[in-house]
Design a protein around this ligand. Sequence first.
Ligand code: ADP
Length: 788
Amino acid sequence: MTISIDGDAALPWHGQPYSIKRFGTSIDNCASEPVQTPGCIQTHGALLVVQPDDLLILQASENTEQVLGHPASALAGASLATVLGDDGANRVRSFLECNSTDCNPIYLFSHPARDADMLLDVSVHTIDGVAIVEFEETERAGKEAPDYLSRLKASVARLQQAASLQDLGDIAAAEVRALTGLDRVMVYQFHEDGHGEVVAESRRADLSPWLGLHYPAEDIPEPAREVFRQVWIRPLQQVGVPIAEMVPLAHPTTGKALTMTYCALRAPSAIYTEYLQNMGVTAGLTMSIRRGDKLWGLIAGHHYSGPARFPYGLRAACELLAQIVSLQHQSAEERGQLAYRLKLDEIQQQLITLAARQGDLAAMCDSTPNLLDAMDAGGVALFHCDRWWRIGETPSEPQLDALKGWLQTRPELMTPFRPVVASHCLGRDYAGGAGIGDVASGLLAISLSQRHSNLVIWFRPEMRGTIKWAGDPDEKPMVTGPHGARLTPRRSFEIFTASVQGQSSPWKAVEIDSAIRFRITLMELIVSRAEQLAELNADLAQSNEELDAFAYIASHDLKEPLRGIFKYVHQLGETGTLTDPSSRARLDGLKRLTLRMDSLLDSLLHFSRVGRVMLHFDDVSIDEVVAEALEMVDARRTEKASEVLIPRSLPNALCDRVRIREVFVNLLSNAFKYNDKPSAHIEIGYLAPHELARRAHWPQDTGTGPVYFVRDNGIGIRPRHFDQLFKMFKRLHGRDAFGGGTGAGLAIVKKLVERHGGQVWLDSEPDQGSTFYFSLPAGTATSHAPDT
Ligand code: ADP
């Protein structure tokens, strides 16, 4: 939406100073128009340029005859007293002598117009060594001027109530409209990238709303913005009426174009006029909103029902209002941001309390509020425990995996001060971004761990999909001038929406800061959780040690009386005193039970030793260990047909050779033992870390070393028993089934593997067979060549 076209180039135009009247329609590039030296004025007033010391008239607007009763040609070289009389001229002179009016027009007095019914406001300012005297038609003579000051006072009181920036904009639009009586007043904000947006609006009820309308940066070209950095207010009393040129067009002695930046009567550019006409605007008033020396936005008023009057008093009130809005702006924004920040903080706090209570980050995803409420976004994905949790509109899991890969390469994710990745144009920043733009044109990511194993990523959809055309989409330009339909809000909006393809609305500083704070608190939670776990593990290790010590003492001490019992049972049998068959059977039973108890005590003793013995870590050839273990279980092997397959050489491990041999012996003997097939097929192999395709019940982190396995085609195990198997004395079969056993083997395997820092688990299907896996720390020599 073009607002105004202004510029400061005072260059001659085709060898002459610029004049809108002569050259305005040939302009087609707003950015090049010298709008601060337009050479013309609006015709509801007249303008004289005088020498400040002697008040001799240098230039006069060509309409002085109609307004002041003196033809411009007669005024060149005449004294200002010709127009104002001696009294008026003296007042101007003494005012110029005593006051600084450089670039600051000041109202001096009212002067009767040629049409004696009307009064003219006379205001004066100096610039570039000349004094500019403006005569503006104001109220009818004798009519009392409205009390703008009291109205302003009430407006200021209301502005002071603003709780947020939005509030301030709404109140400012309403107050300016109430003061001026204009049909529509809008507050425009310039965004970081220069594009604009209507952020507040007060309008006549029958007009269609333009609130939320965006327009490209070029619509308010730099020359126009420059003017609004210098002047607070820009009145345009009537659009499309003839304008009056200065006579002569340039300074008669220096030839310099007249700088009219501060003139209330300055004529509007041809393109701006055309744009306003295309919208049916008949009069306009624009004010700047500044933050320090930065132009933050504009308050723009449109009138659609004929000319509007903006007398000096009204302009002064509006100007003051714009200045107060500018001053209040920062504190209103801070108040609004604080409220938003507090809202986000409160939600984050609730989420963290929840995650802490449940001991799981994923709890933040199915709660109310949830992780998506913690940010103004379209979707959020949490990567935690090797899987994704998603809420709202997010890319698919394979797309998220790829995105995670890209994020892991981003150095900013680990910078100490702002460890976030924030993009509102992902398609530009990330090669895979183009395909996910509809849901993820914007991304804000935080990592909660060194290796990025916990990530939170918020997504924003493409802006085009979220911006709504505020007014009637079929609204057509009222008039189409030489520059065509380009100069209409509808067209501007279309151009803007095309320009933001692939972009989301940008992340605000308050949102990025909030994400950073959230990350810190979440990481504190993770660390304190890890500390708790470490403490629990230490406690557990200690009680395990105590249990081992107890088991050792108990089994060791129990063995001695058991030996005594066994001896007496044996002697009783030898004496031959028990002759009846039932007594003998009982005695045999007693013998068997004693033997079983003895083997149980042996197992317990061994188990407790396994927990206490010192391990001797070495770089061990697992190929050799397996060969030894196979030799040891050979006896069992020969009981029936069997085939042992080792498809490829096994990598070395950093381990205690004897203990890991024991692990293989236990697993291999079980593989032969729990096998009802005519021929036992056993496979011994390994998986390198990159070959691991984790399944639901597999451990999350198996370290960086290889995972060995022993696979059989035996009786298999039901999944519900998987956890039970590794418990001490746990057997799934009758005491003597499958050759009997104490149920200690797998408990010992688990303890040995865990003492190496590894883990053990299994896959199995009843009747099909079982595979027991265990992980170990990697040794130095690894061989991946298949064995032939
Ligand atoms: P034991 O063999 O002395 O009973 P283990 O601790 O080695 O003790 O094994 C516990 C139980 O797990 C066994 O009783 C058996 O039921 C089951 N089991 C172990 N290995 C296998 C296997 N390869 N196939 C099927 N079942 C097995």
